[in-house]
Design a protein around this ligand. Structure first.
Ligand code: TRP
Length: 342
């Protein structure tokens, strides 16, 4: 970090990533994103933000927007993101990103945006709200990343197409202006280390948009965690040795793999294989391991929620650092494009 202040001898890679503030962060966010952010913050120049502009595609009320942004910032810090190591900021505190998005959009074609998988899925799922923000989503995301000229972007598989587009847009800009300005950032996932977190309701992905009880939030109290886990969907149990697991039961094993010791996992695996498993016992174990994992984070969340001044300070310092980096990019991009003060 100290070396990095002297930008010309900085050899650290720049890392950028963000999460949309659509609610409290859950275990899926933790294992899919946050845990990797935390690992990266020591050896990279990191920018982690809260993608509140992106969240407007779903039209939150002003109160919900404000609450969610604050909660995600608190969850970030409680989970271990360190504002002294990484630049942690709120996207809308750095409006330079809008200008870069606009500038990039001039060389992005409507047809290519309409072919994006995430856009097509939105069109299918919410035909009554196909707003231009959704279409433009990958351009704004490219602007987030290129604004700090990132090398690496830690994201899950579902974001890889967006990353490819970011590289396309960057390359296009470089080509049009005959200038090797933008680096071509790569999606950075931790390969096999990326643990998939399923829901407690038998769904393959923990997601806040499904039912509340399928999701374990980092802010959940031990009692709530226990209740949710004990209510998790299972099945009527294996009837013959070696029987394949139903999705719901596979999910319990996946969750156990994330938070429990390997021997606990093996114990229940053996029991499953010889048909002696009692899901109630397995859930009790899972609940207590999950509580042990979440409790320290939960406690920090509760402390931070009353520390308004500290939270504001973190956001302010993050915004300042992010704006310094953004301002440099915007000035250079404007010059390359040909804007001149007359
Ligand atoms: N699209 C990302 C998601 O839904 C969030 C995001 C917005 C993002 N801008 C980004 C992620 C830039 C990485 C880099 O998860």
């Amino acid at each position: 970090m100290y070396i990095c202040r002297l930008k010309n001898i900085c050899t650290m890679d720049t890392v950028v990533s963000g999460i949309r503030p659509t609610g409290l962060l859950h275990l899926g966010n933790y294992f899919g994103a946050l845990r990797n952010f935390i690992k990266m913050q020591d050896e990279n120049d990191c920018y982690f933000f809260i993608a509140d502009y992106h969240s407007l595609t779903t039209h939150p009320t002003p109160t919900d927007l404000q609450t969610n942004v604050r909660n995600v910032l608190i969850d970030y810090i409680a989970a271990g993101l360190n504002p002294e190591k990484a630049t942690i900021y709120v996207q809308s505190d750095v409006p330079e990103v809008c200008e870069l998005s606009l500038l990039l959009s001039m060389n992005v074609y409507v047809g290519e945006l309409q072919r994006v998988a995430s856009f097509k899925e939105k069109v299918r799922r919410q035909p009554q709200n196909v707003n231009a923000g959704l279409l433009n989503y990958p351009v704004l995301m490219a602007a987030d990343i290129l604004l700090h000229r990132a090398d690496k972007v830690p994201v899950g598989k579902d974001q890889e197409q967006h990353l490819e587009m970011t590289r396309d847009f960057a390359q296009r800009f470089n080509h049009i202006y005959k200038h090797e300005y933008f680096k071509l950032p790569v999606a950075y996932n931790f390969g096999n280390e990326l643990v998939k977190i399923p829901g407690l309701d038998g769904s393959t992905k923990m997601s806040k948009s499904d039912n509340e009880n399928s999701c374990i939030y980092l802010a959940d109290t031990p009692e709530v965690v226990r209740k949710k886990v004990m209510k998790a969907v299972s099945d009527s149990g294996p009837t013959e040795p070696g029987q394949p697991k139903s999705q719901a039961v596979e999910n319990l094993f996946q969750l156990m793999k994330a938070v429990s010791a390997p021997d606990a996992l093996q114990f229940f695996e053996d029991q499953y294989q010889n048909c002696s498993i009692r899901y109630g016992d397995m859930k009790k174990q899972l609940a207590s391991d999950m509580i042990a994992f979440i409790q320290p984070i939960h406690e920090r969340i509760m402390e931070l929620r009353s520390q308004n001044d500290y939270i504001s300070k973190v956001a302010k310092i993050g915004a300042e650092k992010a704006r310094a980096s953004a301002d440099k990019t915007i000035r250079e991009v404007r010059e390359i494009i040909g804007f001149k003060t007359l």
